[in-house]
Structure formats: C-alpha cells, structure tokens
Design a binder for this molecule. Structure first.
Ligand code: COA
Length: 254
C-alpha cells in the first residue's frame, strides 16, 4: 500500500509509503489520499489529521513518469480530487516533514494548519525549472505567507532550501531535531484533538474563509496553465531529462 492510514485515538495519520521512489505521488496515490482525507472528514471520531512520510523522506512530489503517461485532464483528475479535499478540509491538518519535500510536498504545507519540519527537511518548488507553473494555489498562498520577493525567489529559481528558510518564509510552524518531527506533530494533534471540537472547526473556518474564494479560483487557473504547459516542449524535455538522469537542455526551446 503506497498510502497507509492509522489511528491513535482521535488522530488519523496518513502516511506516504513509497520510499523506493521517494514517495513520489502517482494517480492512484492521489485517489487514495483524497479518499483517506474525505473519510477522515466524514468520521466524527477523527478530530485531527497528520500527513507524514518516513524518517528520511516526506515526498518527492508528483511522480514524473506517471505525469508523462497519465497527464491530469481536468477537475475530475486524481490530483485535483486531492487538491480539493485538502483545500476543503474542515479539520486541522498537521504535517511532519523529514528529508525531501518537493513540489506538492511543499505546496501541500500551505494548506496545513500546523507544520513541523525536522532540521533535515529539504524543500523545493521546481515548477518553472520543469517547464511548468505552480500548483495547489501556491502562486497565491506563498506570496501571502512569505511576501512577494521571497515567494518569487522560491517559485522562479526553484532551488532547494532548508527548514530554517521555510520557517522564515512562514509556512513551517517549528523546526525540530529530525528524529522528533513526527512525535512533535503527534503531540500537537493530540492537543488540538482534545479541544472543544466546534471551537476548533470554527476557528479554522474563520482563519481560512477570507481567502477561500481566491484559493479556489487560483486552483482552477493554475490547473489550466499546468495542463497546457505539460504538453509543451520545455516540460517534455525536463521530464525526459529526469527519466534519463541528465540535465535538461532548454537552449533551443522558446
Ligand atoms: N517521480 C518519479 N520518480 C522519482 C521522483 C519523482 N518525482 N523522485 C524520485 N524518484 C525516483 C528516482 O527516479 C529514483 O528511481 P530509481 O531508483 O528507479 O532510479 C528513486 O526515486 C530515488 O531517487 P533519487 O533521485 O536517486 O534519490 P535522491 O535521494 O538522490 O534525491 C530527490 C531525492 C527527491 C531530491 C530527487 O529524487 C528529485 O529531485 N526528484 C524529483 C523531484 C521533482 O522534480 N518532483 C516533481 C515536482 S512537480
């Protein structure tokens, strides 16, 4: 199972479990993630939801091979179902990040309420360097939390950055020793799960409501560009280069 769920009292944990591919998300994994989230939302006994990977990896983002074989077609696509489930989640979402958190591994965090990063975490938003555009409303949410210049640097240059930089950018709650990231997330989840459920739900709704319409709109607009760009020569070259384990050559691509 590439997505594994487990329960500890009122806390649901959703684990990315494809370590041999650095937890790269396939279409099937997006469907499983969306289903796990929807089930967690539906089940009244769940009061907080944790995302985590293994001690050395959160996720390397979209599976680039799957991307080429099964490009997302629209709002019905597996990836979009997950994006919708995460943006609409009413219960607290908590992430524990160790190792690489690339692409959607970073943009997912913009939708989480509490994010604990191990000091080994490495973030990256490589969309432009893959000939693509930002997703998961990150082109809206990142400037909002990090400020324009910081967001532009991370989204345009697409270079890897560490947990301290992610904390300074505003989307990591706390940086903790690597071995403590998951335990810290579990502890926070237990605390929030013990609070009055209606107050927690309304507090999250109040925090999210001001930007809900803009986030939904940006998801759509980014999605249209993303699908279009996937078919362009730059993305095809970048994805082929990744599979062939070589550097991409954009010199002849306009
Ligand atoms: N899609 C598909 N396969 C991926 C993947 C991805 N996003 N990320 C890693 N893998 C695969 C590698 O191809 C490799 O497979 P192989 O053993 O069959 O050759 C395996 O996972 C291990 O990855 P590797 O690159 O050797 O690990 P690493 O520790 O050196 O580097 C990363 C880890 C995450 C930094 C690096 O794999 C990477 O940059 N991946 C691409 C991330 C990306 O661009 N994601 C898309 C965002 S939109």
């Amino acid at each position: 199972m590439d997505i594994v769920t487990s329960r500890d009292g009122a806390v649901l944990a959703i684990e990315f479990n494809r370590p041999q591919k650095k937890n790269a998300f396939t279409s099937d994994m997006y469907l499983a993630l969306a289903a796990a989230l929807r089930e967690g939302e539906r089940d009244d006994s769940v009061r907080a939801i944790i995302f985590h990977g293994q001690p050395t990896v959160f996720t390397s983002g979209n599976d680039l091979e799957d991307f080429m074989k099964r490009p997302p077609q629209g709002t019905d696509s597996p990836v979009f179902r997950f994006l919708e489930a995460a943006t609409e989640a009413a219960k607290p979402l908590i992430a524990a990040v160790n190792g690489p958190a690339v692409g959607i591994g970073t943009t997912l965090l913009l939708h989480c309420d509490l994010v604990y990063a191990g000091d080994d975490a490495r973030f990256r938003l490589p969309f432009a360097s893959l000939g693509l555009v930002p997703e998961f409303a990150s082109s809206y949410l990142l400037p909002l939390v990090a400020g324009y210049q910081r967001a532009a640097e991370l989204l345009l240059l697409g270079e890897a950055f560490d947990a301290q930089k992610a904390h300074a950018a505003g989307f990591v709650t706390a940086v903790v020793p690597a071995a403590q990231a998951l335990d810290t997330a579990r502890e926070a989840a237990r605390k929030v799960a013990a609070l009055p459920v209606k107050s927690v739900r309304l507090t999250k709704a109040l925090l999210k409501d001001a930007h809900r319409a803009a986030v939904r709109n940006q998801l759509q607009v980014e999605g249209e560009h993303f699908r279009e760009m996937l078919g362009e020569p730059a993305a095809r070259e970048a994805l082929a280069a990744f599979l062939e384990k070589r550097a991409p050559d954009f010199s002849k691509i306009r």
